[in-house]
Write a protein that binds this ligand. Structure first.
Ligand SMILES: [Cu+2]
Length: 156
């Protein structure tokens, strides 16, 4: 039985080499950091991550930094009339106590501008997330296929 479980775990690991890692920073849980492969000429890319605040006080994602691009910002998508536009959250993104905030395609996202090189599938993109109270943490975004809508297969 035990050996069977080990085999299952090994198979799962082999099946998802680019599977995103989870991180912990104080009372924040940072899970499934991921991004998508970009076309060779692309200047921008999006980054996605799920942040849960297990603490009793709000925190705020105030900055993102990366060596993968000249600039990185925190963006939201919003309908402007019937046009979807994105804008920078210049005061950052609040993570209320007990809440889970999901950055995902079509919604909140990290915006990489002036990419230094295209994001290649199965590579990792280094990012530093800076929080107002919890401080900063280095995470790696797993690069999924171009146009992927989710970070990969659901977790069990
Ligand atoms: Cu954007």
């Amino acid at each position: 039985m035990f050996i069977r479980i080990l085999c299952l775990i090994a198979a799962t690991l082999l099946a998802s080499p680019a599977w995103a890692q989870d991180y912990k920073l104080g009372s924040l849980e940072i899970s499934q950091p991921w991004t998508r492969a970009t076309p060779p000429t692309a200047k921008t890319g999006g980054g996605f991550v799920t942040i849960t605040n297990k603490g009793a006080t709000p925190d705020r994602l105030i900055a993102v930094r990366s060596t993968a691009s000249d600039k990185a910002e925190i963006h939201e998508m919003k309908m402007d009339g019937n046009v979807m536009r994105m804008r920078e959250l210049d005061k950052g993104l609040e993570i209320p106590p007990g809440a889970t905030v999901e950055l995902k395609p079509g919604g909140l996202h990290i915006m990489f501008m002036e990419l230094k090189a295209p994001f290649a599938k199965d590579a990792k993109v280094p990012v530093t997330l800076v929080f107002e109270k919890a401080g900063s943490i280095d995470v790696e975004l797993a690069v999924q296929a171009m146009g992927a809508a989710t970070p990969g297969q659901p977790r069990h």
